[in-house]
Design a protein around this ligand. Structure first.
Ligand code: TXA
Ligand code: MG
Length: 328
């Protein structure tokens, strides 16, 4: 059921309009502290199916359910003590927990994509929080981009990527953190990092002890969204450059490398990783539009938020063969 892709300010009137649409099973995009989400009533099978359709997302890739409070999370999922400790530390905020579904939970099975688990997050962005509270039901919301494309951090990015596939886009300005939530799953009291994100490994490990990486452990929980490359701009990326060619665009970090690029944007002239994360997707969108042969990317240190930034850059730079059938 395609809509008009109308962008409206995220004031009380706009939020009420989004509430009315969501209650009728339609789709509305909204800002969170990480990226814009494409929201639908999590209990409505048709609305969830419409999310997969609008994004062109493969059905095996499950969705995050956004809740207004911890009580609502407890009604949906079985929260083990480690997950509860993480929730106490990081909610509301950019941490998603994958937990076992309660048999009684009303969230559409489609949102779990055939898994026994469900991903839960309580966003801190005031617009997201107000919207979820006002709708009165949890909202399933993947990032509001076509599957495989660069994630959206402004309402305009959503309009450019999804256009009339979404009924309404609430414009709450640029997303302050700019990179998706960290996804963690606890199995047998052991915490696994399913996706690095806006809460750093170090912050999580202060609560859980060392995180287990899913790539290195047999029998580890699955992370369908991490199996394939995505975040792909139309133009290829060249990573860790030491110099830039004159027909390239440069995505700089700190002092630019030598060369005379056709276009340049700096993730953070002062080498601040929070600033770099906040700028990452917006700069990739903008440099993609400069239509240079490639986007040359300077090295980013792997510590703190650098792990999530490098994860997104490596996926964006990976060979494209599978991007049209996979991704987030
Ligand atoms: O910051 C965010 O997380 C944003 C905002 C809108 O909240 N949302 C977001 O959603 O990034 P999406 O769909 O683009 O990415 C969700 C990730 C995917 O990698 C997906 O595979 C994983 O979470 N995921 C969701 N449910 C899961 C589950 N039950 N088990 C394992 N991974 C799951
Ligand atoms: Mg995504």
């Amino acid at each position: 059921m395609p809509g008009k892709g109308r962008v409206v300010p995220a004031n009380d009137k706009g939020i009420q309009e989004a509430v009315d649409l969501l209650r009728r099973g339609r789709l509305a995009a909204f800002p969170t502290e990480t990226v814009y989400g494409l929201g639908a009533d999590a209990a409505n099978d048709k609305a969830i199916a419409a999310i997969f359709e609008a994004k062109g997302r493969p059905r095996f890739n499950p969705l995050i359910v956004h809740v207004a409070d911890k009580k609502s999370a407890c009604e949906i999922g079985q929260l083990d003590p480690v997950s509860q400790a993480l929730i106490e530390c990081f909610w509301p905020g950019a941490l998603t927990l994958v937990v076992l579904r309660r048999p009684s939970c009303s969230v559409s099975l489609l949102a779990s994509a055939g898994l026994q688990t469900i991903a839960l997050r309580m966003p801190s962005h005031p617009v997201a929080a107000q919207l979820i509270k006002a709708v009165g039901v949890p909202l399933a919301a993947p990032s509001a981009n076509r599957s495989g494309a660069v994630s959206p951090t402004t309402a305009q990015h959503v309009a450019d990527s999804l256009g009339d596939q979404v009924d309404l886009i609430l414009d709450g300005g640029a997303c302050p953190q700019g990179i998706e939530s960290t996804v963690v799953q606890v199995v047998d009291a052991k915490a696994y990092l399913l996706r690095p994100g806006a809460v750093s490994r170090r912050e999580i490990e202060a609560v859980t002890g060392p995180l287990t990486s899913i790539a290195t452990r047999e029998g580890a929980p699955v992370s369908p969204g991490q199996l394939e490359n995505h975040y792909a701009p139309a133009h290829p990326l060249r990573l860790n450059v030491a110099s830039v060619e004159s027909d390239e665009a440069l995505l700089a970090f700190g002092d630019p490398v030598p060369g005379n690029p056709k276009a340049m944007l700096n993730l953070s002239p002062a080498c601040d990783l929070s600033e770099a994360a906040a700028n990452l997707f917006a700069h990739l969108h903008a440099l993609d539009k400069a239509h240079c042969r490639t986007i040359a990317v300077m090295p980013i240190p792997e510590d703190g938020l650098g792990e999530a930034i490098n994860d997104r850059l490596q996926r964006a730079a990976a060979p494209r063969k599978s991007w049209s059938t996979t991704g987030n």
